[in-house]
Every structure is written in C-alpha cells, then in structure tokens.
Design a protein around this ligand. Structure first.
Ligand code: MN
Length: 737
C-alpha cells in the first residue's frame, strides 16, 4: 500500500496552481482569472480519482501543460483554459457539450481538436498517416491546438521515467518522428531541442549520459575560452553605448550527437560545441542597423568565414526566425559561431509562433512567413486526395529542409525548399503555369525545367499550351505541392486514356465479331502480358499498343483453345500437375530447390500468385527475368504449361532459413469503431509478421480491407487467418495474390 498524504498533496496542487496564475498575471484581462479558476476546479474535480503512472495526482499534468503554454510558448487565457481541460473529455465523463456550455465555443473546438489527434498511432499503418493529416488540418482551424499538443507531449516526455520500457520507446520515437519536426517548423527551437534531447536520453541512455558528462567536464575550460573571446567585443560595445547581453551556450546534446554521428568524429573533435549570442535591446526601427553595427565590431576583432554568413534579418526564415549568424576565427585558431539578434528576435527564436504573432500585432509590418506557411499547408490538405501515407512522407521531407530564396520577374520573393527546381517554382506560381511549363529563364539565361535554383535567382517561367505533365516530372520536383499537382494531373490523364482505350477495344472486338466482356478482356490482358485490364486499356488509349495487333489475338485464341483442351483434361488438380511436369521434364530431371539454390540459380517469386514456403510450386524459365516460381494453383499455371511446357521445371521448398514472403489478405466484415485498430493489433501480436500496407474501404457499414504482409510460411499465414477471423465484426478472411 502506498501511503498518500492528502493534506500535503492538496498543498502541492495549490502551489502549482498559484505559480500558473503568477506567470499568467501580466497579460490577464478582467474576468480571465475567474475563467482559469473555473477550468482548474473542473479539471481538479474530473480527475480527482486519477493518478499518473508515477503515482502523482493526475491534475499535476494539466497544470504543467498549462504552465508550459504560458512560460515556454507564450500563449494566453484561452490556451490555459484549454490546456487545463485537455484530458477531461477523453478520460472522464465530461462531454464536449459540457465544455461548450461552461467555457464557450472556442475552447470546445480546441479541446475537440486535441481529442481527435490523440488517437492511436500505429506504426506503418495508414491510421498514423491519417492522424497526422488530421493534426495538420487542425492547423487551419486554430494553430493553438498544435501548440497545446506540443506542450502536452513535452510534459509527457519530461515524465517518461515512470512509463514501462516499451511505452518509453514508442512515445520517444513518435516524438522524434512527428513532434520535434513540427516544433522546428513552428520555430519553437527550445522545445524542439528538449524533445530531441529527451528522445536520445530514452533511446540511447549511455551515449546521452556520456555527452552530458563531457559537456560538464569541459565546462570550465569552455567558460574561460568564451570569456577571453568576448572580452574585446564587450569593451567595444560598452564604449559605443549598446544595451546588450552576451551568452555563450553549449549546443544541445542531440545536436552534438548528430554532428558526431554524421561526421564520424569523437566528442573532442566537434569544433562548434557552443555558440556566442549577442542580444541587443534595440528599438524596432534601429534593429537592422544595430545588428550590422555589432557584426562590424565582431569582425574588426576576428576574421569571419565568408561562406558562413547568414542574414535572416533582411530575409527571415519561413518559420519566422530572424537572426544574423557569422562564424569567425578566434585567436587560438578555433572557429566560433556568433549569433547577433535583438531581444524581440530572440524571443521569437525561442518561443516561435506565439511570440511572432504577438509582435506582429504590435508592429503589423513584421514579415509573415509563418502565416504564408500555414496558408500553404491548408491549401495542400484541402486539395490533396492522394493517400495519406504518401502525403505524409512528402510532407515530412519538407519539414527539415533548408530553404532557398528566389524572385519573380516583378521582384516578389518566393521561399522554396533547398534543391527546388524551375518546375517547383512554376507550380509555386500557379498550377496551370506548372502544368504547361517548358523551361525558364534564370537571371536572363535559358534553362531546362530541371534546373536547380540558387539563392537570389530571378526566375521567369516559359509555358506552352502543348505541354503536359509526365511521370518524369515527379523526379524533377521536390516540393510536396508540385508533387501533389503532378500526381493529380497524371491521374486525370490516365483516366481519360483508359476511357479512350476501352472505346477502341470495344469497337475492334465488334469488328472481329467477338463479345466485349470481362472474360475476353481478361484473355487480352494475358495475351499482352499486362498486370491489369486498365493497364491494357491505357496502353491502347495512349497508342503504345497498336490496336490492329488485336486481330492476331483471335488466331492465338483459337490455337490455344485446342491445346488447352487436351491439357486441361489432364491437369485437374495439384497432384496431377506434378505428374505433368514429370512428363515434360522426364522422371529423373533435377528439381529446383528453393532456398538452397538461391545463390546458384537466378530465380524470383512470381508476383501474380506470391508463393510462400509450403505452397505447391513450379519454376518457369522466362526470357529476361531468370526462373520465376509460381504456385501450382496460380491462375496462369495452366496457360504457362500448355503453351510453354518445355520451359517449366519442377521446384520445391527446402530452406529452413527464415525468409519473409509477401502475402495478401482480404478482409470483409461489418464496419465499427476501432475495427482497424483491432485488426492491426492481431497482426502485430503475431510473431515475425510485418505489415507492409493496409488499405480499407468502407461503404454503407460494410468494411473491406486488403492487407499486405510478410510471413514465413503457409502454416504461419493460416494461423494468422484463424486469429483474424475471431475479431468481432469480421466474417471473411481470404488470401489473395
Ligand atoms: Mn495530456
């Protein structure tokens, strides 16, 4: 039994609550304190019987989250109220209607957003991607949802100690995968660094502790160095009457760790372990001039590296970051990064969006890169119909990239990710401009659409009404916007080619007095050796397949009919099939041992039937791809054997090696909340099964899903099918090829 001192706990709770009020006080408007008190009391009452994993009263958590919102992000009363209530709807009897009634519509929508994005995150599943997309969608409603979610995550990471190991790993990886990039993108550098450090702490404790120790050991040496380095600057700044502070701070554990890893060097060889930061107390009008004045002073004493000058004051980064960075050579021959910025810029750099927004209100002429970004994300989410996983990969790819600044012919600034091409730029201007882009003039010089843009380029796009997007374009662009637009165009294009092709095939078959039905089309598909009927239509529509060749299909069909008849009578099931192989290859013929012969013989598993160990199989010698292994029950087996019997070889499985094979399952059932989650749970509980993809369709309460996964053998797969059939709501699980 744990003894709980309730009196002491009550004191602790009140102490935390008072701290929150004290921090919020400077910006509270009349009535705000009352609202916060109300939210606190509701949360306290609702969570009264709950405890954190650490054993502490649950209310500590919402209180801490609210405190992070105020102290570390700079949010106001609405956010404090929402943070205090953020777990109430999810974990207690409180409903959204109750929140709306007592705290108003705004708080209700924020809590609603927070509850939605806290759904389950299952790795590699579309659920996770969908959740991510939902989370970004909330950006367009109210960015505070994301900020409070980040505060929630930060507190959970800070208290990760009391979680079981597997949960620690899951939460930490999720943080690294999603929340740290988001914090970065929103300009919350302090939170981003802390999340990364905590990630390292819980995933690689030894390395983390080692770096922490080394930072501490080198501390006094470093401080002495910094003191000496800043002394002449300090004196000159005083002489010129600047109001300023200088800080010399070590970089975060994680950034040192990634430097060591990336460059393959030990701790002692990381040269920029710290940065010197000069923060000026300047008026808004003098900011730029003052910062450059200080730059001039610094470089009077130390030689700058011309390649390392970053002017994010004249052109702030798209997340709102403003600062002047230079790297200079110290007297002892060590490079030192010096960051020069004003107090306002520093606050934006540390606290990101909220601070940016606050100043923007005040100055109203501050740059608005972040607002542009949010507008962009919103547009992308609303227009993008591609699948969620694809979208997420594209999007994450854009989170961390550096940016290039380029200009339109009229001198408008466009910010694109590093590596962006003329084609990206064209799509950035307008979808139509992108789709008809044939080239560009960069700084008056003619360049192809694949030309990679550099900082300061002035770009004029050349278009033609005859131009159309093609597959290759996807390799040319890097922005998710351009990718999504090209994919949309290709899909449209493909759709219309398929329709054209279908019409041509219909007419051709009519001329040949053959019926146009799925059976004939299926035979045509096989005749042209294509994977799907649509692929066949598409090729006809695009003119890749000459429609006149369909005539020879008729002759082929008649010949095949005769042959098949005789063989089909003999090959009725899998056992007679083996006999058939023997009659083709002779009784003593060596069979192919799948597994052992892996290194000697070049073979692959056929995609049409995806054989796995345990299946009855045979080998088929192909022209270009070596030997292909098919299941004897493969829909193509009869055809292969009847027409190319001399190319068939007997094969069986021998390997005890654990190789994973791709198999497909089709699941049908009645749709209900949590079904996907239950299905993925069964799969991930099964040892050695890895899911590759899952797609789900739900229509009028009927659920149909296809899952591709890696298994070791048929018995393994059978077990999984049995388990899946036990899931409530599912009434059929079948294997498909
Ligand atoms: Mn929470």
């Amino acid at each position: 039994m744990i003894q709980v001192d309730t009196e002491e706990e009550r004191k602790q709770i009140l102490k935390r609550y008072r701290r929150l009020l004290r921090q919020a006080k400077p910006f509270l408007k009349p009535g705000d304190a009352k609202e916060i008190k109300k939210a606190f009391n509701v949360s306290l009452e609702a969570h009264k019987d709950m405890r954190r994993k650490s054993g502490e009263p649950y209310i500590y958590h919402p209180l801490e989250v609210a405190l992070i919102c105020v102290e570390e992000i700079g949010l106001g009363t609405t956010s404090i109220v929402s943070a205090l209530l953020h777990d109430v709807v999810e974990d207690t009897d409180w409903e959204l209607e109750d929140i709306e009634r007592d705290f108003g519509h705004k708080v209700m929508t924020i809590i609603d957003g927070l509850t939605k994005i806290s759904g389950v995150f299952d790795y590699g599943s579309s659920q996770q991607a969908e959740n991510f997309r939902k989370m970004l969608l909330t950006l367009s409603d109210d960015v505070r949802v994301i900020l409070i979610k980040l505060a929630d995550r930060l507190n959970n990471m800070r208290t990760l100690q009391s979680m079981p190991r597997h949960k620690q790993l899951k939460i930490a990886s999720e943080t690294m995968y999603l929340y740290a990039p988001l914090a970065h993108r929103l300009g919350l550098y302090a939170i981003k660094s802390e999340l990364e450090d905590l990630y390292l702490k819980y995933t690689d404790a030894d390395t983390y502790q080692d770096i922490v120790n080394k930072i501490q050991q080198s501390r006094s040496l470093r401080n002495r160095f910094i003191r000496k380095f800043i002394q002449p600057i300090d004196e000159e700044l005083d002489r010129q009457g600047f109001d300023y502070t200088i800080k010399g701070r070590p970089k975060s554990v994680y950034s040192i760790y990634s430097k060591m890893k990336k460059q393959g060097i030990p701790f002692d060889e990381v040269y920029d372990l710290f940065a010197v930061r000069i923060i000026l107390n300047s008026d808004f009008e003098n900011e730029k001039a003052d910062c450059w004045q200080v730059y001039s002073i610094v470089t009077d004493f130390y030689q700058p590296n011309p390649d390392r000058l970053r002017d994010w004051i004249s052109t702030p980064r798209s997340n709102g970051y403003e600062s002047l960075h230079t790297t200079v050579m110290s007297n002892s021959g060590q490079w030192v990064e010096v960051q020069i910025r004003t107090k306002r810029m520093d606050e934006i750099a540390e606290r990101g969006y909220a601070a940016h927004w606050k100043y923007k209100e005040k100055e109203s002429k501050s740059p608005s890169g972040l607002d542009d970004w949010i507008t962009q994300v919103r547009g992308l989410l609303e227009s993008n119909e591609a699948n969620a996983i694809e979208f997420m990969d594209d999007f994450r790819g854009n989170l961390f990239r550096e940016e290039v600044f380029v200009f339109t012919p009229k001198g408008d600034l466009k910010v694109l990710p590093h590596g962006a091409t003329a084609l990206d730029f064209a799509f950035e201007i307008h979808t139509e401009v992108g789709a008809s882009c044939i080239g560009a003039k960069v700084n008056q010089k003619l360049v192809p659409i694949s030309h990679v843009l550099k900082n300061g380029d002035q770009v004029e796009i050349l278009t033609s009404g005859k131009q159309k997007p093609n597959e290759d374009w996807l390799n040319i662009v890097v922005t998710s916007r351009a990718k999504a637009k090209i994919k949309d165009a290709l899909r449209e294009e493909k759709k219309s080619s398929i329709l054209d092709g279908k019409e041509i095939v219909r007419r051709k078959l009519k001329q040949m007095k053959m019926t146009f039905n799925s059976e004939t089309v299926e035979k045509l598909r096989a005749f042209y050796e294509l994977k799907t009927a649509n692929e066949f239509y598409y090729r006809v529509g695009r003119g890749i397949i000459d429609p006149t060749t369909i005539r020879s299909f008729k002759d082929f069909l008649e010949k095949q009919k005769k042959k098949q008849k005789s063989i089909q009578e003999r090959v009725k099931d899998e056992s007679t099939f083996t006999k058939e192989i023997k009659s083709v290859k002779g009784p003593d013929h060596d069979q192919l041992l799948i597994g052992e012969d892996m290194d000697v013989v070049d073979y692959i598993l056929a995609k049409c039937c995806n054989p796995i160990p345990g299946d009855d199989v045979f080998g088929f010698v192909t022209v270009n791809e070596g030997i292909k292994i098919h299941r004897t029950s493969c829909p193509n087996a009869v055809e292969l054997l009847s027409n190319h019997g001399n190319r068939v070889i007997k094969a069986r499985w021998t390997s005890q090696k654990e190789i994973a094979f791709l198999a497909g399952l089709r699941i049908v059932g009645t749709d209900r909340v949590g079904l996907i989650n239950d299905v993925t749970k069964v799969i991930s509980n099964e040892l050695k099964v890895n899911m590759r993809s899952i797609t789900v369709d739900s229509d009028a309460g009927v659920f149909e899903g296809t899952i591709k996964l890696y298994v070791n053998s048929t018995s393994h797969l059978d077990k999984l099918i049995q388990d899946l059939e036990k899931v409530e709501g599912i009434f059929q699980v079948t294997r498909f090829d």
